[in-house]
Structures are given as C-alpha cells and as structure tokens.
Design a protein around this ligand. Structure first.
Ligand SMILES: *Cc1c(COP(=O)(O)O)cnc(C)c1O
Length: 410
C-alpha cells in the first residue's frame, strides 16, 4: 500500500493568491464591466532587456550547430556565469568567494524551499513574521513545524516585525533557534536591515551554532548605500549563512528561471556525535542527484545582465518600478495612510485604517476602487492589519489605480 506523506496534509490549503483570485473572480462575475487593476501578486510586467534578448538568440543559434550544441551542463552551473557573479555581485563589494561556493539555480523559490532537506527534521526554525510563505511551508512538508493552531505553527518561532518595533525583529529569547530565515529587502513589508542589525543575527548564529538562510532576492532594489546587499558583508557570515539570489525581480526572469545560491565552504552543521558536516559538499551531492542544471540559454541570458549594457538596461527597469513605489508612497501618505517599505524594495506595506482587518480592507478596496492589494495576514499573523501593494505594474495602471484610490477616499 502506498502511503501518503502525512505532513503534506498539514499544509494550510488556503493558498493566499488562490483565495485572492477567487474573491476577485466573484467580484467580476457580479460586475462584468468593471476594470480591475491588480497591485497584488508579485510578478513583473516589463519585458526582458535588449542585452538579455540578444544573448538568448545567440545561445539558441549556437545550439543549432553541431559544434555549439550543449546537452546536460554542470549541475552547479556554467563557469562563465559563476565567474560573472563572483566578479560583479561580490568582489566589487569586497567579498571574496570561490567559484565552487556558487550554485546556479532555476530561481530562488526552489532553493529556499529545498535547502532545508539537508537538515535534521527536529531543528527548530525561526522566521520573521510576516514572511514569504515558502520558508514555513517547505518545513511543514517534512514535519518540522508541529501543528497549526490559531494562525501559528507550534514548532516555529515567529519574530514579529511591525510598526511598533520599527520592523526590526528581536533576537529570539528562550529556546535557541537552530535555523533562521531572513529576507532583506523584505517581501512582503519592503523594509530593509542595517549592517548593525544584521551583525546581531550573525553573532547570534555564531554563538548558538545556528544556520541563517538569507534570501536576497530583492537586493538590486537597494538604493541606500548603507544597506547591505549580501549577508557576507558582515564578518563571520561565511561561517553561518547560506544566501539565495534570483534574477526574477532583478531582470524580469520570472518566466526565464535563473538565480543562484551561495553555500560557503566554511558553513557546517553537526551530527549528534559532534562531527561537522560541510553544507557545501552536501548541497553539491543533493543537487547532482536531484537537479540537472538550469538551461544553457537561461544562463547565457543571466550572464548578459552583467555586461555594461545589460547593467544599464536592468537598472532602467528597476528605476521604472521604483518610480511606481515612490508614487504609491506619496499618494497613500497624502491620503493619511501609514506606509512602510517602498524605498529600497518594490513593495509598499500599508497599515489599514481604523484597525480594519487585512481582508476587510482588501474587499473594501476591491469593491470601492476596483483595485486589488494583498492582505498582509496571508503572510503570517503579524501581517494582520496591513496590506501589500506591489510596484511591478506599468506606470499607466499604477497611476490609474492611485487616482481611483484618491477618488474612493473622498
Ligand atoms: C520572488 C521571490 C523569490 C524568487 O523566486 P524565483 O523562484 O527566483 O522566481 C524568492 N524569494 C522571495 C522572498 C521572493 O519574493
């Protein structure tokens, strides 16, 4: 008899974006003529930049010849891309990593979800709250989170980030956390972490022999020169942290699928006997078994982002989205809403007025202005009373949405 992995049955099946789609569809059925604008889901809208398109065409043409054809590539990625990453994303910031510490992935979702496989099932995980749902759900699937009660998993340490604490998570007290997920700039709150605050986490991890899984998917949106782009800007981090990157938000690769993961050779975890196991070795072994690499064409596309033209072009698109973010911040604030994020990240995190719940505000905005936002509570209990707006829309649609919100507020 084939038995199910019962941990999957513990997953909360109300997937946030499916719930939103359901409510939006119900609205559309009742109001078939309404033109709904979504500032909800975190997908990008601007096309790939010319440097990327050119590199992809070239790679396809290469594949069309016997000499240029490529079959299976290295599981950990081609050296041309790994070199470009080391040079542009790290060496220029004074971080020196080895090429075999870089693993090309097919997007950060896979690796942030899969990495926990290397860890014992009864590690105690900690997450900032609210947070990107992949971290918790991937741990639920392996039975690490306990049971779900009153919006919380019993075996997860939630570290709230809200207006009251300036969106700065506090170090866990009591039972030490073994594995810490951090995401900066943050999805969903759009807030960032200073070097000084991040150093506290690295020191905590070193002191408690904990592992930090650091998601830097939005690092390209950082504008403030004081904010770290990588956890390896902090001394000691290469002993305790793994870092995930994605080209999805950096260069519009949500449909191309490419990113990378840094697993420093110095990061190790323990056996019960006290032996130290290198995560770099273990991750390589895991990838060679379960992953056959990101496509050659995608990797050539990613390489093109690091050319002078590529850099300029992706920056233009990032600036385009950040213009939306600035407009959202100023408009919503002028209407009296309390807003956070949006300055070093493509998300604006807004407190709902008069203590409204996230879902009540979501519905009010949908029915009143025909604009879709994301209810903050969908990202965790501390997201209750907030909604998220994304800056990934076009200027036209974003401006139109803001005009409607203004009119609705009158
Ligand atoms: C979008 C996003 C990712 C990246 O996902 P991909 O699989 O690379 O498209 C990773 N982490 C967070 C927090 C995100 O919002």
């Amino acid at each position: 008899m084939a038995l199910v992995n019962i941990h999957f049955l513990n997953l909360q099946n109300n997937y946030l974006f499916a719930d939103i789609a359901k409510k939006v569809n119900a609205f559309k059925v009742m109001h078939p003529k309404a033109d709904v604008i979504s500032l909800g889901i975190g997908d990008v809208t601007q096309p790939l930049c010319p440097a990327v398109i050119e590199a992809m065409h070239k790679a396809v043409d290469e594949m069309a010849t016997p000499e240029g054809f490529r079959g299976y590539g290295p599981e950990q990625g081609y050296d041309f891309l790994r070199e470009a990453i080391l040079k542009n994303d790290f060496r220029q910031r004074g971080i020196h990593l080895d090429i075999d510490e870089v693993f090309i992935n097919d997007g950060a979702k896979s690796d942030t979800g899969n990495f926990q496989e290397l860890l014992h099932w009864d590690n105690f995980i900690g997450v900032t709250d609210p947070i990107y749902p992949v971290y918790i759900d991937s741990n639920v699937m392996i039975g690490r989170c306990g049971v779900y009660k009153d919006g919380h998993w019993t075996n997860v340490r939630y570290m709230p980030t809200k207006a009251e604490n300036g969106f700065i998570p506090e170090l866990p007290k009591g039972r030490p956390v073994d594995v810490i997920y951090l995401c900066y700039p943050n999805n969903p709150t759009g807030t960032v972490i200073t070097k000084q605050e991040l150093r506290k986490w690295v020191n905590y991890a070193l002191k408690n022999d904990a592992l930090i899984l650091y998601d830097a998917a939005y690092q390209a949106y950082i504008r403030d020169p004081e904010i770290p782009h990588s956890i390896y800007e902090i001394r000691g981090a290469r002993k305790c942290a793994v870092e995930f990157h994605s080209y999805s938000k950096t260069a519009g690769f949500t449909g191309i699928r490419c990113g990378y993961t840094i697993v420093p050779k110095e990061v190790s975890v323990a056996t019960f006997e006290g032996e130290r196991i290198s995560l770099n070795q273990l991750w390589l072994r895991r990838q060679c078994t379960k992953f056959n690499g990101t496509s050659y064409i995608s990797q050539r596309a990613a390489e093109a982002i690091y050319t002078p033209e590529g850099k300029k072009q992706i920056q233009q698109t990032i600036d385009y989205y950040m213009e939306n973010a600035a407009k959202m911040l100023s408009t919503l604030r002028s209407l009296g809403y309390e807003c956070y994020g949006g300055e070093n990240a493509p998300y604006v995190w807004m407190k709902t007025p008069d203590g409204m719940s996230s879902w009540s505000f979501f519905e009010a905005l949908l029915y009143g202005a025909n604009v879709v936002c994301t209810p903050g509570v969908g990202f965790g209990p501390s997201g209750e009373g907030y909604v998220r707006f994304t800056a990934f829309g076009t200027h036209e649609r974003t401006n139109e949405a803001l005009e409607r919100i203004k009119a609705w507020n009158k």
